[in-house]
Design a protein around this ligand. Sequence first.
Ligand code: ATP
Ligand code: MG
Length: 201
Amino acid sequence: MEKPDREQRHRNRMQRKKEVVDKAIARADQEQGLILVLTGNGKGKSSSAFGMVARALGHGMKAGVAQFIKGRSDTGEEAFFSQHDGVIWHVLGEGFTWETQNLARDTETAQKGWAVVREMLQDPALNLIVLDELTYPLKFGWLDLTTVLTDLENRPPMQHVVITGRAAPDGLCEAADTVTEMNDVKHAFRAGIIAQKGIDL
Ligand code: ATP
Ligand code: MG
């Protein structure tokens, strides 16, 4: 006797859930280019951004990638995507700031890099742009946030931009449509495990 009752309750619950979801879908009927910020101390920011590049390419879209802080030159994503016809891949940073240790040079590099990004932000043929580790040049003051926000604002209306990096400035998060903070619960590195191919690079 208990079983049909449970099934009926389940059906009723699912029916109510479906009504809520259908209403939400009906409400969300706008199309527009989005700004996404992937920030926080946990792993997964850049790899999520490159996952969106794969999605976009799967739809025949075109993507531009700009890497601001060049941590390493042997990543799987660079080897894979830079060969793809649908991707423009720019390496705009020289290395980590503690390696260069030269503020004037870091600033100049970042500003030259931003000029390259600005061209991408004016190209409606690019459907998705990834600005990988952009938060660092902003944080260190090598790039001016207002300039960056103005150029983002003036991009083609259907162009999506994904920005990654720790400590995204508040102004950037406010301008974004979607903001995700990766939470560092645990990382293998702290257990003495070096970066692994396919996972970290
Ligand atoms: P991924 O590229 O794997 O998505 P990410 O973009 O979120 O990582 P970054 O801060 O750009 O993280 O760091 C890049 C490298 O540092 C990757 O090899 C990543 O695994 C590693 N890493 C990321 N978060 C941590 C952490 N909390 N502790 C130690 N290493 C980390
Ligand atoms: Mg990253």
